[in-house]
Design a protein. Structure first.
Length: 494
């Protein structure tokens, strides 16, 4: 039931965590046990069948021998007609008969009065080792162990049937008639049957194992489809599980979709409430800031500082809440439209200084896994800061990697010394008070980047100024056809 995906190799070390492997191993054990029991049972039944068949043939030969036994005129025991089976005429053929004369105690006498088949050649059957159970006149059968000088081939025993016979003639001695067969007449067909049975059951076992593997594959395939749809939801390609699924899984799919819908509604309500709270708090803060701006006392200065701190806290936590909510919603934002919009806006904003904004790379090939407003706020702050310090050019470079996109904002301004680069991300920190701004932009950018699990760092730009390198989660935008890179001033003019 993990799959096919094709028949991937399964690691035995991790069987406890694999439903597929546990089901496969459990079924395999039961199949092999069933095959073994069936093989043992069939072999036993076949062995009993051929044994009964051989005994029936021996009894038939014994009946024919009994019908032919007679007392001849000279007092000797004769057999007329003798059993006609050709094997009885062939030395050591594996089928034998023998007639013993019994004494008053029921024991065989000297072998001079014994009659036997030609197949025995010059050997005899040792009745004393037979020891059958039953009355003297009963038909008995058993196995006669082989002894030195007894007939036989590679086998160690003979299958024997015997009966005692009293001829009606006066003065006729009691006789014991025996018909025996080599154990090879049972062992050889049983060995052939066992080999064929092992081949047949082995083929059956392989077929059953393959059927179990295919069945597990087909049974777990819907789970693999659900896993792929969940990955699509996580990447923002879908909002819920779709398609037809087996009836056993439909309740799970419906419940999961309900959880997704409920979660999306809760996230939306949280975003709305966070926004309402931010606006509600900003209004009195703005009033306090305006009132404090009209005063020049120590109290007014304290109020301005605390209002600025509260504003930073509101913006900080609002940005984090918005980023967390958009990640939970699985949003995807194509990179190209917001980047082009930002570049055009920044070109207008810094048009008085003649700053040129460029995009280098292929933003059309990637989607940002987040909200478009967060993307524009992060890049807007970085581009605006670069425009303030640049002499003539700001370049936005786009480069995709496995699960993220690297955005580099370069300027050709004076740059920042390496020991001071970490301080620019501190809240309210401004390295040059002559430039306009509050010092909150890079702090908010860093919080947003960290909320998305990304990274931001300051480096030296190839243009000679500062490079702000930004890593954000992204996925390939496969639906967008390949187009030339957006580069140069032609794509960025207002």
């Amino acid at each position: 039931m993990s799959g096919a995906p094709g028949f991937a190799p399964w690691r035995l070390a991790g069987w406890r965590g694999s439903l597929r492997l546990r089901l496969f191993v459990g079924t395999l054990v039961w199949v092999l046990m069933a095959i073994a029991v069936a093989g043992w049972g069939l072999r036993a039944l076949f062995a009993e069948h051929i044994a009964q068949q051989l005994r029936s043939q021996l009894v038939l030969q014994l009946d024919r021998l009994s019908a032919g036994v007679n007392l001849q005129g000279d007092g000797r025991i004769g057999v007329q007609p003798a059993p006609s089976d050709q094997r009885l005429q062939q030395p050591l053929s594996g089928l034998y008969w023998q007639i013993d004369q019994l004494d008053a105690a029921g024991r065989g006498t000297a072998h001079a009065g014994v009659q036997r088949s030609r197949s025995l050649w010059d050997q005899t059957l040792d009745w004393s080792r037979f020891a059958p159970q039953g009355g003297a006149a009963a038909l008995v059968h058993g196995r006669l162990p082989m002894a030195q000088g007894q007939p036989g081939k590679a086998d160690r025993w003979l299958e024997v049937v015997s009966r005692e016979l009293q001829l009606p003639e006066a003065g006729a001695p009691p006789l014991r008639l025996m018909v025996a067969a080599d154990g090879s007449l049972l062992a050889e067909p049983l060995q052939r049957f066992t080999r064929m049975l092992a081949m047949a059951l082995g083929t059956l076992a392989l077929g059953l194992i393959a059927a179990v593997a295919i069945q597990l594959q087909l049974a777990l395939a819907p789970l693999a489809a659900i896993r792929r749809q969940l990955a699509a939801i996580r990447q923002g390609d879908a909002a819920e599980l779709q398609g037809r699924h087996p009836s056993e899984l439909m309740p799970l799919v419906q419940e999961f979709n309900h959880v997704l819908q409920t979660n999306a509604e809760m996230v939306q309500r949280a975003r709305t409430q966070a926004g309402n709270l931010a606006h509600a708090v900003n209004t009195p803060l703005t009033i306090l800031a305006n009132a404090a701006a009209q005063q020049d006392s120590a109290l007014a200065e304290l109020v301005r500082e605390q209002v600025a701190s509260a504003s930073r806290q509101v913006e900080h936590h609002l940005a984090r809440a918005r980023a967390a909510a958009t990640q939970a919603a699985g949003l995807r934002t194509p990179l190209q439209p917001p980047l082009q919009s930002l570049v055009r806006t920044m070109a207008r904003l810094h048009a008085g200084r003649g700053i040129r904004f460029e995009i280098e790379g292929r933003p059309e090939d990637w989607d940002f896994r987040g909200d478009v407003q967060d993307l524009m706020e992060m890049l807007g702050n970085l581009l605006d800061n670069a425009g303030k310090w640049a002499r003539s050019t700001v370049r936005l470079q786009v480069q995709g990697q496995d699960q993220c996109v690297v955005l580099c904002v370069d300027d050709d301004g004076p740059g920042i010394e390496q020991q001071a680069r970490e301080r620019i991300f501190e809240r309210g920190r401004r390295l040059d008070e002559k430039r306009p701004g509050t010092g909150l932009g890079l702090d908010i950018v860093r919080d947003l980047v960290q909320s998305y699990g990304g990274r931001i760092e300051a480096r030296t730009a190839p243009l000679g100024g500062l490079r702000m390198r930004l890593e954000l989660p992204a996925v390939p935008h496969a639906d967008t056809p390949a187009r030339p890179s957006i580069q140069g001033q032609d794509s960025t003019k207002a």
